[in-house]
Design a protein around this ligand. Structure first.
Ligand SMILES: NC(=O)c1ccc[n+]([C@@H]2O[C@H](COP(=O)([O-])OP(=O)(O)OC[C@H]3O[C@@H](n4cnc5c(N)ncnc54)[C@H](OP(=O)(O)O)[C@@H]3O)[C@@H](O)[C@H]2O)c1
Length: 277
């Protein structure tokens, strides 16, 4: 059984580098997916209030029989829970649906700069972390300008920034900013997202043939080699296992140079100044 390596966060906690994404699975589907993932060796599960499947994640965890201490569970609070009191209530709701006493990582799902509440939300996250209800705290979809405000106006540097990232959407400037400030970048939609054409790129098939791997495994290896945390979603237990088998080969500098051709440029991907919930 493959177990993902760990990455140490700026608060001293560790996160398994590869975890399971769970959007858009419903409670029933996700409970089965979590059981299969934990059987396969996954120890890190990514959910969010907005996915509406935290109860199913909790059911899957309990059905697996795996000790809570071995698991890394992330949830995210969306705009409805921005602001001091709402963030406290938001995490309480998540913990109750998950059936857990704490989450390993609590994220602000989107900055929603138009609401201008992410700084006060973050101050509440700092308190929730001090109370032990969230071991690590972080953000999602934050651009450097949003992070600059947190760094200037609050005390705790986010441990993680979860952003849309793949060989097609490389977000180099965002990653450089995160790394300069000790923030681990986590890739969502790492395979390009559901329905994306990324996995059809001929270079991925060629490199897959070279290493005896699938296009998805080549893409996931690309993330791993750049020190990114990565959370591919699959509801299929065979693809789930496949996605974990990416720690036994390495891409060469020449491979990486060829993969760079997949980059769609700085404007690719979503823009969190314009989207989000
Ligand atoms: N923070 C945010 O705002 C945000 C936004 C979006 C997503 N996320 C998180 O990131 C996770 C992953 O992102 P995502 O679900 O958008 O996209 P993704 O993981 O890049 O792609 C998922 C798609 O790829 C397919 N797939 C998985 N493994 C495969 C393989 N080995 N070969 C071929 N196809 C494969 C899946 O189908 P099957 O299930 O049929 O295998 C699904 O259609 C989400 O589930 C969620 O937890 C966060």
């Amino acid at each position: 059984m493959t177990i993902s390596p760990l990455i140490t966060l700026n608060d001293g906690h560790s996160i398994p580098q590869l975890g399971l994404g769970t959007w858009p699975l419903d409670d029933r589907q996700v409970a089965t997916a979590v059981v299969h993932a934990l059987e396969a060796g996954y120890r890190h599960i990514d959910t969010a209030v907005k996915y509406g499947n935290e109860e199913g994640v909790g059911n899957g965890i309990r059905a697996s029989g795996i000790d809570r201490g071995e698991l890394f569970i992330t949830t995210k609070l969306d705009g409805e829970f921005q602001g001091q009191d709402r963030a406290v209530a938001g995490l309480e709701g998540s913990l109750s649906r998950l059936g857990l006493d704490y989450v390993d990582l609590l994220l602000i799902h989107w900055p929603l700069p138009g609401r201008d509440e992410f700084v006060s939300t973050w101050k509440t996250f700092e308190r929730l972390q001090a109370e032990g209800k969230a071991r690590s705290i972080g953000v999602s979809n934050f651009k450097p300008a949003h992070l600059e405000r947190l760094l200037a106006e609050t005390d705790v540097v986010p441990a993680v920034n979860q952003i849309q990232l793949s060989p097609a959407v490389t977000r180099t400037a965002d990653r450089e900013f995160d790394s300069r400030h000790g923030i681990v970048t986590e890739s969502y939609s790492p395979l390009g997202g559901s329905g994306a054409s990324l996995l059809q790129a001929p270079i991925l098939t060629q490199l897959g043939e070279k290493y005896g791997k699938t296009p998805a495994q080549v893409v996931l290896r690309w993330h791993i080699e750049q020190g990114l945390v990565v959370i591919p979603k699959s509801a299929n237990s065979e693809r789930m296992r496949q996605n974990l088998e990416v720690f036994d080969f390495a891409l060469s500098p020449q491979d990486l140079a060829e993969l760079a051709d997949l980059d769609e440029g700085p404007g690719a991907g979503n823009d969190s100044d314009r989207t989000g919930h």
